[in-house]
Design a protein around this ligand. Structure first.
Ligand SMILES: [Zn+2]
Length: 198
C-alpha cells in the first residue's frame, strides 16, 4: 500500500498490518495508520444508535415553555419554521441543513455503506457515497446549535418556566454518538474492501 505522509508528504510503502499496532512515517514519525479493533462492527452499531436518536430528536418535543399559564411546545422543525416566519429564511435554511439534513445524510450514508459491508457485499456507488459523507463533515453543526440553545435557555429561564423535552436529550446524545462513530471508523477498512472487489 503506497501512502503519502500527511505531514511531510513522503511517499512510502506501508506493510500490511495484521492485528494490533500502528504505522509511523519513516521520516518525520507522524502517525500514518492505527489499527482499530472491530472498527466496522463498532461504527455500524454507533450509526444504528445515531439513527434511533435522530428519529427521537425530531419526533418528540424539544422544549416546552410555560409563560403566563400558557404551555407552548416546540420541536426541532417548528423552531426552524418559526425562524422562517419571523422573516429569516436564510437562517432557517442554514439551521435546517446543519442540524437536520446533513446529520441525516451522514448517518443514512454510513448505514448504506456499512450494513452491506458487514455481510460481505458492496452497496452500489459505495465510494461516491463515502466521499460524499466525508465532504459533508464540515456542514454538520449540531454542537454549535446546542450551544446556541443552551445560551438562549439561560436567558429565557428568567422569563418563563422551561421544560426540556425528550428530544433535547436525544439530540445531546446524538452529538456524542456521532463523534464516537466518526472516530471508531477506520477508513482503510472501507478502501480495502473496495479494492478486494468482494
Ligand atoms: Zn512524514
Amino acid at each position: 500500500m503506497l501512502t503519502a505522509c500527511h505531514e511531510c508528504d513522503l511517499l512510502q510503502h506501508l506493510p500490511r498490518l495484521s492485528g494490533r499496532g500502528s504505522l509511523k512515517c519513516r521520516r518525520c514519525g507522524a502517525l500514518l495508520y492505527k489499527h482499530r479493533e472491530n472498527s466496522l462492527e463498532i461504527t455500524l452499531a454507533l450509526s444504528l444508535a445515531a439513527m434511533i436518536l435522530f428519529v427521537l430528536a425530531n419526533a418528540f418535543p424539544f422544549l416546552s415553555f410555560q409563560l403566563q399559564g400558557q404551555l407552548r411546545e416546540t420541536t426541532l422543525i417548528t423552531g426552524i419554521l418559526e425562524l422562517y416566519r419571523e422573516g429569516l429564511p436564510g437562517l432557517s435554511l442554514l439551521v435546517f441543513l446543519t442540524t437536520i439534513a446533513v446529520p441525516f445524510l451522514q448517518i443514512a450514508g454510513m448505514l448504506y455503506i456499512l450494513l452491506p459491508l458487514k455481510f460481505g457485499k458492496k452497496a452500489p456507488e459505495m465510494m461516491r457515497v463515502f466521499r460524499g459523507i466525508r465532504s459533508l463533515q464540515p456542514w454538520s453543526m449540531m454542537e454549535v446549535f446546542m450551544i446556541g440553545i443552551l445560551v438562549s435557555l439561560v436567558k429565557l429561564m428568567k422569563m418563563a418556566k422551561i421544560i426540556p423535552g425528550i428530544a433535547i436529550f436525544a439530540f445531546l446524545m446524538l452529538i456524542f454518538v456521532q463523534a464516537a462513530a466518526a472516530s471508531a471508523l477506520d477508513p482503510h477498512i472501507v478502501w480495502e474492501k473496495w479494492e478486494k472487489k468482494l
